[in-house]
Design a protein around this ligand. Structure first.
Ligand code: IPD
Ligand code: CA
Ligand code: CA
Length: 256
């Protein structure tokens, strides 16, 4: 069985819990001024971690809720139990479990599973990207002016520092010269929607490896391009991620 299929089986075992939480009134803790965490983030991560440790004993599981200092083990499984926690809290059905396997700094397999919409995006390196078994391809759009570009806003925006300034600069540059901008609230799904051809590009700053470990491979396997701000191949410790259908990549980089 492919690695992504094995990851999906593990995620599926958490779907009931995810749905229960999505529909329930939740207890909210604050990791930052607007960075929320619910009891479901914690229990889903624990359940995923236990199952992954059992199935993949050679790998180190790096999960959002359990990590104080981010590490990049040679054989790593990065998990985000709920990507899009703000959506989850507000019952916006755009949130997902993200699991990505990386070896020696390269993506190997990943899934992004939204139990609310029953959508599972998956990829194994060299084998293409899929949504519920149907192969995905990035869009063919080659005009930035006709591109739908997704982005996200880091929680650090409240400090009005470097991240906030960059977000505003990018919006000011891109709004007039794109079809439009979207902020859907889950980085992993932003990448999958790019892979699916819904978005033509996506960029964000200050993401963490569990946000992108799965989605980055899904984009790559759907024919997309992912770099840093200088156009260099994206690595998980990079401050910015710029992803596109490849055709509008250079034009987008010029604006960021
Ligand atoms: C967040 C989401 C959001 C992005 C933030 C992430 P979380 O993850 O992916 O779209 O803009 O930067 O931190 O906190 O919902 O897991
Ligand atoms: Ca996340
Ligand atoms: Ca999360």
């Amino acid at each position: 069985m492919s690695l992504s299929k094995q990851l999906f089986e593990i995620a599926l075992e958490c779907s009931e819990l995810f749905l229960k939480g999505f529909n329930a009134k939740k207890n909210i803790r604050y990791k930052g001024t607007v960075d929320l965490v619910t009891e479901y983030d914690v229990v889903i991560e624990k359940k995923l971690t236990d199952k992954l440790n059992k199935k993949f004993p050679d790998y180190t599981v790096v999960g959002e809720e359990n990590t104080t200092k981010i590490t990049y083990p040679v054989k790593a499984i990065y998990i985000d139990p709920i990507d899009g926690t703000t959506n989850f809290v507000h019952q916006i059905p755009h949130c997902a479990i993200s699991i990505g396997i990386w070896e020696n700094g390269m993506p190997v397999a990943g899934i992004v599973y939204n139990p609310v919409q029953n959508e599972c995006f998956s990829a194994d390196v060299g084998k293409g990207a899929y949504l519920n078994g149907k192969q995905l391809h990035v869009s063919k759009q080659n005009l930035l002016q006709q591109s739908l570009v997704a982005t996200g806003f880091p929680y650090t925006k409240v400090k009005k520092g470097k991240d906030y300034e960059w977000v505003l600069k990018c919006l000011a540059n891109l709004l007039p010269i794109t079809r439009d901008i979207r902020r859907f609230g889950a980085a992993s799904l932003d990448l999958c929607y790019l892979a699916k051809g819904t978005f033509d590009a996506y960029y964000e700053c200050n993401l963490k490896p569990w946000d992108v470990a799965a989605g980055a491979l899904i984009v790559q396997e759907a024919g997309g391009k992912i770099t840093d701000l200088d156009g260099k191949a994206y690595t998980l410790d990079e401050y910015t991620i710029v992803a596109s259908n490849s055709k509008i990549h250079d034009a987008l980089l010029e604006q960021l």
